[in-house]
Design a binder for this molecule. Structure first.
Ligand code: FES
Ligand code: FES
Length: 357
């Protein structure tokens, strides 16, 4: 099957990119290639939230009922510094420029930030605005509003070193007092529907490297068998650092995020089953629904953009000593369903780890 450009919806149009390395980050593409510099670079390692963007996806059957779905799109926040551009294929990318483009004047989120004096140097502000915008969209359509504590939880992935959080939280409350202005999702939904495909996406730019994104479980298993050397990529919340901070070469990436079947969370024969590509946010939400005492662990596990991009499968498979899911899952006597080709076996999570990473 042949390579094709990366395609995604951004600032009102479908963008095609075919000349960047598969590990080009969304942040570098935005700032250096597209010259959309509203999105800021702070730490470049997922810690500060200055680079927060919102990703829109058509909800598949695994995510259709979740609270993130607004106007036909599932909206989640992500750290642009950790996401590789090919992982955006078939999705929509919303940045702070979208808010001005649509409204021509300050969006209620931005208006509230100004009114509440919630910005000083402004470096963190676009990231806060995008996290607040996702919260705004999730609530405004249904006429609900978050509590102050919920707002604080939503902003857990954004750091501000000079303004302080009180005025920012004030702005989060104030934005719901202003006349409602939700973004028209219809153009993005139409574009994404036109791009949707069950074919494996292959991106092999002239400069080298390969990004392969199967859409079905069987196709994924077959690709894996054929490419044992490929690096499996899920939410990119750790592998992004290998590129940004360690400058590692990753010639072949096999992306799990396009396999809808692996995003499923369900109860099978009395056991909770979490797909390897289900986000950490969804996985923890399901765990907390069964074991409410885990709520505190969930809310302290990274920040929202990392939990929405990262996956439970990646966190477990990575085997990092700072991968916080494993101890809890072991305490719950979790087991793993492992597949190679057609062969499937079950292994106790406690027996999965053979050493560091
Ligand atoms: Fe700090 Fe991306 S630049 S999280
Ligand atoms: Fe300066 Fe937040 S306004 S870091």
């Amino acid at each position: 099957m042949s390579s094709r450009p990366i395609r995604f919806f951004h600032c009102g149009a479908v963008v095609e990119v075919d000349d960047v390395a598969p590990t080009r980050t969304v942040l570098d593409w935005l700032r250096e290639d597209a010259r959309r510099t509203g999105t800021k670079e702070g730490c470049n390692e997922g810690d500060c939230g200055a680079c927060t963007v919102v990703v829109g996806e058509l909800p598949g059957e695994a995510t259709a009922g979740t609270s993130e779905v607004v106007g036909g799109l599932r909206l989640t926040t992500a750290n642009a510094c950790l996401q590789f551009l090919p992982a955006l294929d078939g999705k929509a990318l919303f940045t702070v420029e979208d808010l001005l483009r649509q409204h021509g004047a300050l969006h209620p989120v931005q208006r509230a930030m100004v009114d509440c004096h919630a910005s000083q140097c402004g470096f963190c502000t676009p990231g806060f605005v995008m996290s607040l915008w996702a919260t705004y969209e999730h609530h405004a359509a249904g006429g609900t509003r978050p509590t102050r504590q919920e707002l604080a939880d939503e902003l857990s992935g954004n750091l501000c070193r000079c303004t302080g959080y009180r005025p920012i939280l004030d702005a989060g409350e104030r934005m719901f007092d202003l006349p409602v202005e939700t973004l028209d999702m219809a153009p993005a939904v139409a574009a994404l529907e036109a791009m949707a495909s069950l074919e494996t996406f292959r991106y092999t730019p002239q400069g080298g490297g390969e990004f392969v994104a199967p859409r079905t479980l069987d196709a994924f298993a077959a690709e894996r068998l054929a490419r044992p050397e490929a690096r499996l990529l899920a939410g990119s919340t750790d592998i992004g650092l290998w590129v940004n901070k360690m400058f590692r070469e990753l010639p072949t990436l096999l992306y799990i995020g396009g396999v809808e079947a692996l995003k499923r969370i369900e109860v099978r024969q009395g056991r909770l089953s979490i797909g390897a590509a289900a986000s950490l946010e969804e996985g923890w939400r399901a765990l907390v629904a069964r074991w409410p005492t885990l709520t505190e662990v969930w809310l302290r596990f990274a920040g929202v953009p990392l939990r929405q991009a990262g996956t439970m499968g990646g966190n477990v498979a990575n085997g990092s000593p700072i991968g916080d899911s494993a101890p809890v899952l072991m305490a719950l006597d979790a087991s793993l369903l492992l597949r190679r080709g057609e062969r499937v076996r079950r292994l106790a999570l406690a027996d999965f780890y053979t050493g560091y990473m």
